[in-house]
Design a protein around this ligand. Sequence first.
Ligand code: UD1
Length: 363
Amino acid sequence: MKIISIAGARPNFMKIAPLMEAMGAHESIEPMLVHTGQHYDERMSDLFFKQLGIPEPDMNLEIGSASHAVQTAGIMTAFEPICLEHKPDAVLVVGDVNSTIACGLVAVKLGIKLVHVEAGLRSGDRAMPEEINRVLTDSISDMLFCTEPAGVKNLIAEGVSPERVFLVGNVMIDTLLKNKAKADESTILDEIGVVPGAYAAMTIHRPSNVDDPVVFARLLDAIDVIQKEMPIIFPIHPRTRNNIAKMGFTDRIEAMGNLRLIEPAGYMDFLKLTSNAKLVLTDSGGIQEETTILKVPCITMRENTERPITTEVGSSQLVGTDPVKILEAYRKVIEGQWRTPQVPELWDGKAAERIVKIIVEKL
Ligand code: UD1
């Protein structure tokens, strides 16, 4: 059985790593890997392949950055001939990035089975490009693998036949558990000069937060207060860095002496940074899940989440972008009022094995 897996953007790489490993170990599967090139910087892509031991992609479509339409269409045009040449039995896509929907659409139109890993997540916010990618990918997938019960519920409510939906756990957590000990050896804290438990780690890159100067300025108001009390380590996404310059925030950020901008961190350094932080400030989806397992308080600067389990049992609290709310949550952490998260069902490091077993049985 030939399966082409797709990886395009940074959050895909930690999800594809355990799947490639589990497929590689199965004698009846011939795995192939296509990198769309949606992310291409060394620190946004290659470093993850090296650190996570992901096999060299069989092909790189080298699409790069562009508007949504140009990027999505470019991936589709480049991926179709690959499917025609290699005639896979299935295409496997993960997550919710433009590469996910682009390759999914190509596959189903050629009559190739589509497998979606991390299916069913819904923020309910159609202004998020990822939400559109999720809804569309799920609506055309043949097998849908969910990380949490809400995903299953959403799919059933949308009319997906229950025989195609599987609750299997979280492949990103497979990668975290596998690499935690190795990440502990990272020297990033010494290099930056911070001590465990005495700093905050922060990521911000969602278009709703960094493409709107009014919203971005509100976040900076809260960040300014926090950085006066503890260092904030901020590995900065290229999109955020570009917008800081464009929107004229450079001086304001440079004036915050304890806000430490660093290059996008590799997997091991980032895991070391988050697992030793007093708290995490983020607008990422995946980091809400990782902090749940790491038991680190996560202040999520979004109005909604597609990963409700992280606020139900996990460490994450949604605070939106109001500085008052962000600072309230911060005080709660400092005063030790944050609850200890529980481990969600099946987040045990074996999700990829379960997925591959089900694929082999059903396809
Ligand atoms: C994409 C995903 C988002 C994910 C994020 C993680 C979509 C719709 N969004 O958003 O879900 O959370 O990746 O990073 O697919 N850039 C570089 N180097 C790179 C990649 C990007 O400089 O290697 C810059 C470019 O200026 C580009 C901008 O970042 O225009 C945005 O990149 P893009 O891939 O369009 O979306 P992300 O914001 O990264």
